[in-house]
Design a protein around this ligand. Structure first.
Ligand code: PEP
Ligand code: MG
Length: 560
């Protein structure tokens, strides 16, 4: 880094200000460009970059470097960036640790501006390639044309790295965290990547290339058909309909969900209102936030989950405190029940926003019936207060709970007598079943929800629900897992709620199974012992049935 005379802090401050302003402008231009793939994940990454550019702690340290240490802009800036990134890297939380990459990325972008270098370096790719990289930074994607990318592999990164998030957002095959072996691959080499199996083949023989081409063509055709029929309903071959709804957390995702063929929302995460604000959002702010989403969905069903903070989501203003085991601690309904006045703000806003819409309300992290009863009582109280005040509210809403703690599975029969519906949160159910923190990459091998241990818990929950005449859905990532879907169908789950981008393929999968064959695969999977066996069994059954009776996707009316 070139040293500059440091005798004029004002000049250096101005240079830094101009450089960060240029980065801010190019980020905003990217976010506002309608021709880019406006994926929610990418949007969130760059929103975070904008917040970091304004981080007062970072600038305070820069100021100290400029004025006290009389450093040139480049050194003052990078010293502050390094300090912040190192601090994040030293934290035990894997998610926060992974955010150090964002700090270094934004740091490098401003530094490039200071040095008069171009903002990013991947703009030269002009023809479709497979990208092998040390790691992919969020800003690398700004000038990278996704249509020129066939897929990518990185030496570094894990399931929460940006490269992984990006591959999901762009729907590209990718393998992250391959290790140093990738560095030995010469540029321009021929390579094959299979994102489903994690295989990277360098210099493949012609027969393997031909196999991969065939596989690729079949898959591309399936995806095309899934997109064409995305807005048709999802019915099994023998005409059983499954509700396909979306998991969302913003107005943009509500629009995206409809665009992808969602029939409603199975999980509206309300944390978005609490995370983006510097203070607890007021009742009117919340009413407006929920209404904006409900208006996009019109009269389609929307299941709104009450606040689920704690764990890995802790807005600074709530002072949740440091805990040794945040996922086992003061989280979600526990925080809300302990602070009824705080909780009531949300409950009142929900009643008001629900007026004229098809809203269901559910409580997260319910461990014992007493919690559900107390939450329900507060919800009723909130409505009575509003009515007494003469405020217009919804007449009635269905009130359900997330089943995401093993105790709720064990007590499903008791819960089913009191709730209007169950929504099974397989993300948390998996972490609590295997005692494996969902944000810790070191135990991610235990994080596959497509496991008989999870299906064996879904089975009694569905049975209890049906015995008591209530409906049951799944809203964890498992609901959008194409290999898990036939098993969930076979177990009798009636609603699947997933990330919007998964909807077309999920519907396509449902149309390829009959209830009889999905019940058979569910019975088989319940006998197995690992997720590998479960996935293999589903794949095998799918191939076997395709060989017996080739199917084509139809318009959702059952196969002729
Ligand atoms: C879940 O736990 O499966 C779930 C859907 O909720 P979240 O991922 O928000 O905890
Ligand atoms: Mg959960």
């Amino acid at each position: 880094m070139p040293e500059r005379p440091a005798d004029l802090p004002e000049i250096e401050r101005q240079r830094l200000h101009d450089a960060s302003q240029r980065v801010r402008e190019s980020t905003l231009a990217f976010l506002n460009d309608p021709t880019r793939n406006g994926q929610a994940e990418q949007q969130a990454i760059f929103d975070t970059h904008l917040i970091m550019l304004d981080d007062p702690d970072l600038w305070e340290m820069v100021e100290q470097g400029l004025c006290q240490d009389r450093l040139p802009a480049e050194r003052a800036w990078m010293a502050a960036v390094d300090f912040h990134a190192n601090r994040l890297e030293s934290l035990p939380d894997e998610y926060l640790k992974a955010r150090a990459v964002d700090v270094r990325d934004i740091g490098a972008r401003v530094l490039r501006q200071l040095l008069g270098l171009p903002d990013v370096t991947l703009a030269d790719i002009t023809e479709p390639v497979l990208l092998l990289a040390e790691d992919l930074l969020p800003s690398d994607t700004m000038t990278l044309d996704p249509t020129k990318l066939l897929g990518f592999c990185t030496c570094q990164g894990g399931p929460l790295s940006h490269a992984a998030i990006l591959s999901r957002a762009l729907g590209l095959p990718a393998i992250v965290g391959v290790g140093g072996a990738l560095r030995a691959v010469p540029g321009g080499a021929l390579a094959l990547v299979n994102g489903a199996t994690g295989d990277v083949i360098i210099d493949p023989d012609p027969a393997t290339v031909a196999d991969y081409r065939r596989l690729h063509d079949v898959q591309a055709e399936q995806e095309r058909l899934a997109r064409v029929h995305a807005h048709d309903s999802a019915q099994t071959v023998d005409g059983v309909r499954v509700e396909i709804v979306a998991n969302i957390g913003s107005v943009e995702e509500a629009r995206l969900a409809l665009d992808q063929g969602a029939e409603g929302v199975g999980l509206l995460r309300t944390e978005f209102l609490y995370m983006s604000d510097q203070q607890v959002p007021s009742e009117p702010v919340q009413v407006e936030g929920y209404r904006a989403i409900l208006e996009v969905l019109a009269m389609r069903p929307v299941t709104i989950r009450t606040l689920d903070i704690g764990g890995d989501k802790c807005p600074a203003y709530l002072s949740l405190g440091q805990e040794a085991n945040p996922f086992l601690g003061w989280r979600a309904i526990r925080v809300c029940l302990d602070q009824p006045d705080f909780f009531k703000v949300q409950l009142r806003a929900l009643w008001r926003a629900a007026l004229g819409h098809n809203v269901r309300i559910m409580f997260p992290m319910i461990a014992v019936p007493e919690e559900f009863r107390r939450a329900k009582a507060l919800l009723d109280e909130a409505r009575q207060e509003l009515v007494a005040e003469g405020v217009e509210v919804a007449e009635r809403v269905q009130v359900g709970m997330m089943v995401e703690i093993p105790s709720a599975v064990v007590l499903a029969e008791a819960f089913a007598r009191e709730v209007d519906f169950f929504s099974i949160g397989t993300n948390d159910l998996t972490q609590y079943t295997f005692a494996a923190d969902r944000t810790n990459a070191k135990v991610s091998a235990l994080a596959d929800s497509c496991h008989p241990a999870i299906f064996r818990q879904i089975e009694p929950v569905v049975r209890a629900a049906h015995a008591n005449g209530i409906w049951v859905g799944v809203c964890g990532e498992l609901a959008g897992d194409l290999e898990a879907i036939p098993v969930l169908l076979g177990l009798g789950v009636g609603e699947l709620s997933m990330a919007p981008g998964r909807i077309p393929a999920a519907k396509h999968t449902i149309r390829r199974w009959s209830m009889a064959s999905s019940q058979a695969i569910a019975r088989r999977v319940l006998q197995l012992e690992s997720s590998t066996e479960a996935r293999h069994a589903v794949r095998y059954a799918q191939v076997a049935s395709a060989v017996e009776s080739p199917v084509t996707p139809n318009s959702g009316k059952g196969l002729a």
